[in-house]
Design a protein around this ligand. Structure first.
Ligand code: GRF
Length: 211
């Protein structure tokens, strides 16, 4: 059985592409809607190429973040969405969205949380001199990248790395773990107790991607 999923984006949408590719390959998430806060988000074209409905909600058309999220919830409900996957969506969401989809909103972040939350996580890791960083898929709560962690994947930071090289290495591993986490989510296999997330029938949720 598949579950109806919306993916929220702001930019290039390579994670969206990974989810779309998985979905075309028997993944139980059915991507039924892509929402962007930018007309020019390249990910919108990726959705259109697959014939998936898109919606653009611009910040300037709403008086507050809560008003924005009310419109967002309306469009998600119109499309009978059950899970919401943030994939490079550059807005903080409010309790309006989180209360409408309790424990059904997930996000991917390009660092090993709780290290380097917020913007420019890859640059933060590089400038801090960390030797290992990675990616995290987590439930969204009302903080910034603070929700319970579903899966993490680690990658090395090489002495030769510039920002672009590190971003690309992290993205490659993001594209592995996001479809995995979304599969567990829509299959109802995630069990959450406080901050602890376990996955029914799955090995420990840690990957090392030392390519
Ligand atoms: C990814 O690095 C993701 O972790 C972060 O924003 C970036 C989005 O990239 N939240 P893309 O739009 O999926 O290519």
């Amino acid at each position: 059985m598949s579950a109806r999923v919306a993916v929220l984006i702001s930019g290039s949408g390579t994670n969206l592409q990974a989810l779309l590719d998985a979905s075309a390959d028997g993944h139980p998430a059915d991507i039924v809607l892509v929402v962007s806060d930018r007309h020019k988000a390249r990910g919108l074209q990726r959705a259109r190429d697959r014939g998936i409905p898109t919606a653009v909600l611009l910040k300037r058309d709403f008086e507050s973040r809560r008003a924005y999220d009310r419109a967002l919830v309306d469009v998600l409900r119109e499309h009978q969405v059950s899970w919401v996957a943030l994939a490079g969506f550059m807005r903080l969401v409010t309790s309006v969205l989180l209360d409408a989809f309790p424990m059904h909103v997930i996000n991917i972040h390009p660092a090993l949380l709780p290290a380097f939350p917020g913007l420019h996580a890859q640059r933060q890791a590089l400038e801090h001199g960390t030797k290992i960083t990675g990616a995290t898929v987590h439930f969204v709560d009302d903080g910034t990248d603070t929700g319970p962690i579903i899966v993490q994947s680690a990658v090395p930071v090489l002495a030769t790395d510039d920002l672009e090289a590190l971003q690309q290495r992290i993205l490659r591993t993001e594209h592995q773990i996001y479809p995995l986490a979304l599969r567990w989510a829509v299959e109802g296999r995630l069990q959450v107790e406080g901050r602890q997330v376990s996955v029914k029938g799955a090995p420990p949720t840690f990957l090392w991607s030392g390519d």
